[in-house]
Design a protein around this ligand. Sequence first.
Ligand code: ADP
Ligand code: ADP
Length: 226
Amino acid sequence: MAAITMKNIVKKYGDGFPAVNDVSIDVADGEFMILVGPSGCGKSTLLRMVVGLEDITSGDMMIGDKRVNDLAPRDRNLAMVFQNYALYPHLTVYENIAFPLRLAGAKDDEIDQKVREASKTLELDEHLERKPGNLSGGQRQRVAMGRAIVRDADAFLFDEPLSNLDAKLRGQMRTEIARLQKRLGITTIYVTHDQTEAMTLGDRVAVLKRGVLQQLASPRELYENP
Ligand code: ADP
Ligand code: ADP
């Protein structure tokens, strides 16, 4: 786990108005930070700069005390949890969770121990032999989180993970993500355009508008001082 610090981050595409304009946000170790704002406000661009999928025009991106501006995504030790979860449909839950460890060349004993530990925490231990197609949306989400946990990622990054779900499931998943984040204590940045998600999920909320940080406060402070 690690703090993530964005210092005076600017992103310009071509000559236009900056997509992200001098944004500074400090995400504490273990904190759940929400990035919220209307479509086009720059939240995905900002998240992609944290992960390393987008070059930074100026400013400093820090993970822990390391400046990562020039580090490739695979060298940042972050776990992006995608909207479609990016699970392998032909692999079991066990093998999906084990995948990054196999890729890293870990021994079978170590893999087994880590997969079982993670699946217990995520309440997936009874589903290890199933395939993603037979799981609920919530279970799939947890498998994706399991893959991040076994490789000790420094942080979870979510980009609108619930936007394709119906309202009921969205509510359940919201509760589940918030609960697991607290249990795992893993630094988390979560992008959404949904006000309800923003006000119920995180420890703090960063509100973006046209690339500019408008507010950075707890949901309670935002509620009392909108
Ligand atoms: P959000 O995630 O809040 O919807 P984005 O970060 O996707 O916003 O986009 C912020 C702004 O940057 C928008 O004006 C968008 O059109 C622009 N933008 C995003 N990606 C690119 C790109 N690859 N090239 C040019 N402009 C882009
Ligand atoms: P989403 O809502 O899922 O973020 P977008 O429509 O914002 O999807 O962006 C989809 C893709 O198109 C992204 O990879 C983004 O970088 C790119 N993109 C967005 N806006 C622009 C733009 N104005 N010019 C070029 N590419 C863009």
